[in-house]
Design a protein around this ligand. Structure first.
Ligand code: ADP
Length: 425
């Protein structure tokens, strides 16, 4: 029944390739049939046409999560015979992977006119006028990021100090090539941290969200990607922040089914990373993902995004610092930040911000009712807390499965340590 419906939808889509609702329906049926990799292909195609479709994005997250869940031995599904999951940078056969990629994929985009205007090629065809990236010069520094002391220390040692002292780094044989991958649950400060790195280096911050660069015209996505790297080079010294990197650099196993243009995009990204020389270009790449286990491992190869940093939900002192920061510009009375911090385990930084803005809204409504300014009090916060759930738990659950079943090479040891300390493992 399902198979016939799938075939019917495939035939319809062959005639109407841009029909997003049809493609979403097909993806749903494929998910029901356990064909997650194919569903992901179709959802990515739907996103290429309508990047903001919340339903597509949610389905993509669900299908990717299902795909990344290791199966029990003997559990059959069309995907269970594919490439082993969660291979890490350490046991990956780079040569084989690149041989496999080599022939079937057209050459990456190379600009004919290297002095051409980067803005011109960084704007996507139809939607010209919509910038694919933002450039600014952040004033935030690591001191503005609440908590996350371990991450800050590691960021300093592995990235900032070598960048500030290239000669010393060279003497100790430390390569300045390659970028850094920040991973962790959504809303916990990856973007904020990346901005702070730019602030620390006094560099421009060029940010691009990978789903925005997809273009339905063959070859345009690579051009967009190349345009963004070129624009970042012009803005040097610059930190180029590639958010949602998993959406463009999904595992090749997840891209089976001949989505050549998608693989081409991965190829282009590898080319851009390989042609980077941080010291000369003054270009530093930071990428972020909520789903590192879905990333093409070729991206984690030495010289590419070869350092992974885990950005965890804020601990209690960090929650206090984040709350304080958000309360600081608002009228308050009798707010006990420590008490709120104690009651908000697993809340992300973004959730905490939401608690404060929601409490502020309640105080404002009360002020309007009473006709006089009512500062934010603990009762407003308590009301807000009843309505807001911590958003990191689903992520932590997926992470637990990855550590339990897919951490053979130790890439997720740090995550494992955290989950054990939290008694989740
Ligand atoms: P991510 O990139 O991990 O999804 P963001 O960096 O966009 O998360 O965080 C969302 C918002 O939450 C930030 O703009 C900031 O206001 C707040 N936030 C998150 N983590 C922190 C933190 N550690 N310190 C201060 N604010 C934070």
């Amino acid at each position: 029944m399902n198979a016939a419906a799938i075939d019917g939808l495939l035939a319809a889509l062959a005639r109407l390739p841009d029909n997003v609702p049809l493609r979403i329906n097909l993806a749903k049926l494929l998910v029901q049939a356990g064909r997650h990799a194919e569903a992901i292909d179709h959802l990515n195609m739907a996103l290429a046409i309508d990047a903001d479709n919340a339903e597509t994005i949610q389905l993509l997250i669900d299908a990717s999560t299902a795909l990344s869940m290791p199966r029990q031995v003997g559990e059959g599904s069309p995907e269970s015979t594919g490439t082993p999951r969660s291979q890490g940078a350490w046991d990956f056969d780079w040569h084989r992977a690149e041989r496999e990629m080599g022939d079937s994929i057209p050459a990456p985009f190379v600009e004919n006119d290297p002095d051409g205007d980067p803005q011109a090629i960084s704007l996507s065809g139809e939607g010209a006028g919509t910038a694919l990236f933002d450039v600014d010069r952040p004033v935030v520094t690591l001191a503005d990021v609440g908590g996350l002391e371990d991450v800050k220390t590691r960021l300093n040692e592995s990235f900032l100090e070598p960048m500030r002292n290239p000669e010393v780094a060279k003497a100790f044989g430390k390569s300045l090539r390659g970028g850094l991958l920040l991973y962790g649950p959504p809303g916990c400060g990856k973007t904020f941290m990346a901005r702070a790195v730019a602030g620390e280096l006094g560099a421009s911050f060029v940010t691009a969200t990978m789903t925005d660069i997809f273009d339905k015209y063959i070859g345009e996505t690579e051009k967009n990607l190349h345009g963004i790297f070129q624009a970042a080079r012009r803005a040097a010294p610059a930190v180029l922040f590639l958010d949602e990197i998993d959406s463009v650099a999904a595992k090749r196993s997840a891209l089976s089914g001949g989505v050549a243009w998608m693989r081409q995009t991965v190829n282009q990204l590898l080319l851009e990373l390989d042609s980077m020389d941080a010291q000369n270009d003054g270009l530093f790449v930071l990428a972020a993902t909520n789903q590192p286990w879905d990333i093409d491992t070729a991206l984690l190869r030495p010289g590419r995004l070869d350092r992974m940093l885990l950005v965890l939900p804020p601990d209690r002192p960090a929650r206090g610092a984040i709350l304080k920061h958000h309360f600081s510009s608002r009228p308050i009375a009798g707010i006990d930040v420590r008490k709120i911090a104690a009651r908000t385990e697993d809340f992300s930084g973004a959730d905490l911000e939401h608690v404060v803005t929601s409490a502020a809204e309640k105080a404002m409504m009360e002020s309007l009712r009473k006709g006089s300014v009512q500062p934010i009090s603990m009762s407003h916060v308590n009301e807000a807390l009843k309505e807001i759930q911590p958003s990191t738990r689903t992520w932590l659950q997926t992470a637990k499965n990855v550590v339990e079943f897919g951490n053979a090479n130790g890439s997720y040891d740090e995550l494992g340590q955290y989950l054990r300390a939290r008694k989740m493992l």
